[in-house]
Design a protein around this ligand. Structure first.
Ligand code: GRF
Length: 212
């Protein structure tokens, strides 16, 4: 059975969705860069080993990432799953786990990389928003895409209501992506593209606002 390590920084709702999804893998550890991350308690309740490595204890990003890599490698995971891990990772860290490091981002990438995605989406007046699970590369929030979910943006949405709608879908697509990875049904090929040997299931069109 494959082994994964999950990296978090705070709330841990995606972590919870992953832990409750009965995935075909063992979660070897949950690592947080913040001791007060609520997700640590979620991990403990599921009997998962936790570790805290505060970035504040290191002089620079490279030193933190080197220590993080040493901690991660201690669990010998097949995949490293970023679930709300709010640190930009160095190219060296990302390269070490090429094809084995995935992230979930709250927008339909490549639109809205970075932070405040829901607020920016509302400001732009877009009608469809969503989330993306992707392999992590050194190009922040631009790695090869595994799966996306789209949701409608409603005219009375606030960043909070839109975020909640997107988050529901995050909790569906992230477990699916990790399941595919652990079953070797999706991988990063030598050209850096997402490859798959599973039968493609077409999704349905989302039209927003809906037609009369
Ligand atoms: C999610 O919106 C995720 O897409 C982003 O950070 C947030 C983490 O939320 N990367 P949670 O900690 O999983 O609840």
């Amino acid at each position: 059975m494959k082994k994964i390590v999950i990296l978090i920084s705070s709330r841990g709702s995606n972590l919870q969705a992953l832990l409750e999804a009965n995935l075909p893998c063992r979660v070897a550890a949950v690592i947080s860069n913040r001791a007060d991350a609520q997700g640590l308690e979620i991990a403990r309740k599921h009997g998962i080993q936790t570790a805290v490595l505060s970035h504040k204890d290191f002089s620079d990003r490279a030193a933190f990432d080197a220590a993080l890599a040493a901690t991660v490698d201690g669990y010998a995971p097949d995949f490293v799953v970023l679930a709300g891990f709010m640190r930009i990772l160095t190219a060296e860290f990302v390269g070490r786990y090429a094809g084995r490091l995935v992230n979930i981002h709250p927008s339909l990438l490549p639109a809205y990389p970075g932070i405040d995605t829901h607020q920016r989406a509302l400001q732009d007046g877009i009608k469809i928003h969503g989330c993306t699970v992707h392999f992590v590369t050194a190009d922040l929030d631009h790695g090869p895409i595994i799966i996306q979910a789209a949701v409608p943006v409603l005219c009375d949405d606030t960043p909070q209501s839109l975020s909640a709608r997107v988050l529901c879908e995050e909790h569906r697509v992230y477990p699916q992506a990790v399941r595919w990875l652990c079953r070797n049904q999706v991988w990063l090929d030598k050209a850096g593209r997402v490859a798959s040997d599973r039968l493609e299931q077409p999704g349905s069109a989302l039209i927003s606002p809906g037609l009369e």
